[in-house]
Design a protein around this ligand. Structure first.
Ligand code: IPM
Ligand code: MG
Length: 355
């Protein structure tokens, strides 16, 4: 039995970092079959659309998807905007594949603990933002500028079921961690947030072993800077999760090292998911062997853990990454004195050989 992986390298440094992540998967000794397809600006250039139907079809027929990055200045001004890589590929991919649960861990890496820009960030942080990814203001309709160009509207909407499934997922994850969940909303203002609280309160009854509390989003933004170590799992809706996950990622000082998972429901034996580094396509350094492949490599560790229930192999990959960093290997983005500068490929090799 072979795990079927759709590989979507995308734009900029995407192909380079994905290449190293594939290398690490191959070094695990498990059996994978890789099928590549176009996405993003490169897909737009080749086919006229950033998410060609063949790409979506390949994803649907796979067990998991590995994505590099999409976008770049070359495609920022495409009209209509629906054909730009972010809006034309990323958002429809998420919703077409029903990837409603976005997991964004922010974890201190011991060898880089001094790299946090914040004094409060230089303690052991290990949190996970669980962001609802296919609802809320990103997808609500209407969403348009009026014909006279003098007003605009976006719509935030959530159904009970959309909130319930992400909440269940977050509680299950909390249970496997430190059993502490904070649900973040703006219930003092928004109706969607008040429904969110009602549903999360109901779901919590099935998870009496997880300690749960609510926090308003503005307070959460502040608490992440004041005392980031207090958080275990942060459960939140789509747009708040977008913002808070960027903030959380910066607190540890290792933005370039962060992986993510976007999960759907079970598909047979596996949980269908898309895995990608949190960083973008970094067109300024593309093709130069400077990109840091560790976020992509840590993303395939998440793939093994969350889609294929191979936690032990996932742990080995994470330990190999820690070891490569403890051995003072650094790509350019995290280089400092008394460390050794390596290329994208050398870093991938270093992790593979430490597995
Ligand atoms: C992210 C990104 C996307 C989002 C953009 C590129 C549409 O910021 O994955 O966090 O807002 O979801
Ligand atoms: Mg974002």
């Amino acid at each position: 039995m072979s795990f079927q992986i759709a590989v979507l390298p995308g734009d900029g440094i995407g192909p380079e970092v994905v290449g190293e992540a594939v290398k690490v998967l191959e070094a695990t000794g498990l059996d994978f079959t890789f099928h590549s397809a176009l996405i993003g600006g490169t897909a737009y250039d080749a086919t006229g659309h950033p998410l060609p139907p063949e790409t979506l079809e390949l994803c649907r027929n796979s067990d998991a998807v590995l994505l590099g990055a999409v976008g770049g200045p070359k495609w920022d001004k495409i009209e209509p905007a629906e054909l730009r890589p972010e809006v034309g590929a990323l958002l429809p991919l998420r919703s077409e594949l029903n990837l409603y649960a976005n997991l964004r861990p922010a974890k201190t890496i011991s060898a880089l603990i001094h790299a946090s820009p914040l004094k409060e960030g230089r303690s052991m942080i290990d949190l996970m933002v669980v962001r609802e990814l296919t609802g809320g203001i990103y997808f609500g309709r209407p969403s348009e500028v009026s014909p006279d160009g003098r007003s605009a509207v976006d719509t935030a909407s959530y159904t009970w079921d959309e909130i319930e499934r992400i909440a269940r997922r977050a509680f299950q994850i909390a249970r496997q961690r430190r059993a502490n969940l904070i649900s973040v909303d703006k219930a003092n203002v928004l109706a969607t947030s008040r429904l969110w609280r009602t549903v999360v309160t109901e779901v919590a009854k099935d998870f009496a072993d997880v300690s749960m509390s609510f926090m308003l989003v503005d307070n959460c933004a502040m608490q992440l800077l004041r005392d980031p170590a207090q958080f275990d799992v942060i459960l939140t809706e789509n747009m708040f999760g977008d913002i808070l996950s960027d903030e959380a990622s910066m607190v540890t000082g290792s933005l370039g090292l962060l992986p993510s998972a976007s999960l759907g429901d079970h598909k047979g034996e596996y949980v269908f998911g898309l895995y990608e580094p949190v960083h973008g396509s970094a067109p300024d350094i593309a093709g130069q062997g400077k990109a840091n492949p560790l976020a992509a490599i840590l993303s395939v560790a998440m793939m093994l853990r969350y889609s294929f229930d191979q936690a032990e192999v996932a742990n080995r990959i994470e330990a190999a990454v820690d070891q490569a960093l403890a051995d003072r290997l650094r790509t350019a983005d995290i280089f400092e004195s008394e460390t050794r500068l390596v290329s994208t490929k050398e870093m991938g090799d270093a992790v593979a050989s430490r597995l």
